[in-house]
Design a binder for this molecule. Structure first.
Ligand SMILES: [Zn+2]
Length: 102
């Protein structure tokens, strides 16, 4: 007996929900000017119900060596890291075409 996907009801071997979830999302990376004019790189558009954003944030903080938090459903990282964040998102399985840098 194969496992059934709770979202689409199809057996797990032919279900593409999880894959689709990552590929469907339109992700935008932009800069926020925070308090004391500090720059913050924000990532919006990641579906927190389907992607473990806390884990992502932790990884990004380690790789960039900066502080960060989750705010208003977005990942906020201190400093200017837009290009680097795009690379890191791609390493996590997101597609180049779905990531927009503003
Ligand atoms: Zn499914």
């Amino acid at each position: 007996m194969s496992e059934i996907c709770p979202i689409c009801g199809l057996p797990k071997e032919i279900c593409v929900c999880e894959k689709a979830a990552r590929e469907e999302q339109k992700i935008v990376i932009y800069t926020i000017v925070g308090r004391f004019k500090k720059k913050i790189s924000a990532i919006s558009g990641i579906d927190q119900k389907r992607v473990d954003v806390k884990q992502l944030l932790k990884k990004f903080k380690q790789k960039l060596g900066c502080g960060g938090t989750i705010k208003n459903n977005e990942l906020w990282l201190q400093g200017k890291h837009k290009e680097k964040l795009k690379e890191l998102l791609m390493e996590e399985g997101f597609k180049k075409e779905q990531i927009e840098i503003k």
